[in-house]
Design a protein around this ligand. Structure first.
Ligand code: ADP
Ligand code: MG
Length: 322
């Protein structure tokens, strides 16, 4: 049932219509909006926006959480295998839900392969690790993935090949993977915002992939003068992704390009695009690099509670392996 927005203070039928038109269909969306976002809507003052947000937060029961509640939320974290036990070990057991995991690296380092493999592994119960007392069991039943492809590199036939390599039906994986091709940053952001509608429409979305996170932004906002605007938009996009991870117990995976560090004196240093905006929003950050043959090295860095460490894996015809 839709929330009745006119229950909010200062929201009459015409403001409700404007909110709905702008995509604010329910209390949760308003509760997690910023004042700036709401005042972008014609006729909504800062004061009115603040009141609406506070009231919506009360209605959604958002606010302080006790340590016990947070522990309970943490207990519902589930994990997905990358396909490589070594890489899973670096992640203390696999890719975590309720967080954003970033894979950065040069062309051909294996970012897109890991994204494809994750769609396949999501369909294999034995690759999903969860304490089923913490997670409601239905939550992990018939999970679906959303793949936002900004570089045109999603390949259904590669998904099928990996599925067959894992001994499962490729068609099932494709049936449970929604793919959207984003040609620019606005489309990318819009698709990410639409995921919530998919979930509310009854799709059990458990994996969200953005491949790649920064390429559209990098192409569109060139030059110093555009940097602030780019970072602001990117920040909003990251907030959308974090919200999905938190509210719906999803895994969010993003890939990222790298650039040479401008002030590196020693050797070649690389850094992921997006600066602090991406750095703070991603819980787990990896650098991927090529090694001999089909070998790749993944280096975890900047994690709040895991040590920096490296894993070696392989990309074969069957997919990501040890
Ligand atoms: P990026 O980091 O640019 O996204 P990719 O994930 O697309 O890189 O990795 C591309 C690499 O993956 C190729 O260079 C190749 O080594 C490997 N690869 C891609 N498809 C296959 C396949 N079908 N069999 C074996 N290796 C593959
Ligand atoms: Mg790629």
């Amino acid at each position: 049932m839709a929330d009745v927005l006119t229950e909010l203070p200062g929201v009459g039928p015409s403001t409700a219509d404007k909110l709905i038109e702008a995509g604010y269909l329910d209390f949760m969306k308003i509760a997690t909006a910023t004042i700036g976002e709401l005042t972008d809507i014609e006729g909504i003052s800062e004061k009115a926006a603040a009141k609406m947000i506070m009231a919506a937060r009360d209605l959604c029961d958002l606010g302080f959480k006790s340590g016990v509640e947070l522990l309970k939320q943490r207990q519902s974290v589930w994990r997905l295998s990358t396909g490589s036990t070594e890489l899973d070990t670096v992640l203390a057991g696999g890719i975590e839900s309720q967080s954003v995991t970033e894979f950065a690296g040069m062309f051909g380092s294996g970012k897109t392969q890991i994204m494809h493999q994750s769609c396949v592994n999501l369909q294999m119960r034995e690759k999903i690790f969860a304490d089923l007392e913490g997670v409601v069991e239905e939550e992990l039943e018939a999970p679906k993935a959303v793949y936002i492809d900004t570089e045109g590199t999603f390949r259904p036939e590669r998904v099928v090949q990996m599925a067959e390599g894992a001994g499962i039906d490729g068609q099932t994986v494709l049936d449970n993977t929604f793919v959207a091709r984003a040609y620019n940053s606005d489309m990318q952001m819009l698709f990410a915002e639409k995921i919530e509608d998919l979930i509310k429409g009854g799709n059990n979305i458990k994996l969200v992939i953005i491949d790649s996170l920064t390429s559209t932004f990098r192409n569109e906002f060139t030059g110093r003068g555009k940097l602030a605007e780019r970072q602001q938009k990117l920040g909003r996009h990251m907030a959308t992704l974090n919200k999905l991870a938190d509210l719906y117990n999803c895994i969010v995976l993003v890939t990222n390009q790298v650039a040479a560090k401008p002030d590196a004196y020693f050797g070649v240093a690389e850094q992921a695009i997006g600066g602090h905006v991406v750095g703070h929003a991603a819980t787990f950050r990896f650098f991927l690099r090529k090694s001999k043959g089909d070998k790749r090295v993944a280096k975890l860095y900047d994690s709040p509670h895991l040590p920096d460490s490296e894993a070696v894996f392989r990309i074969t015809e069957k997919g990501i392996q040890d």
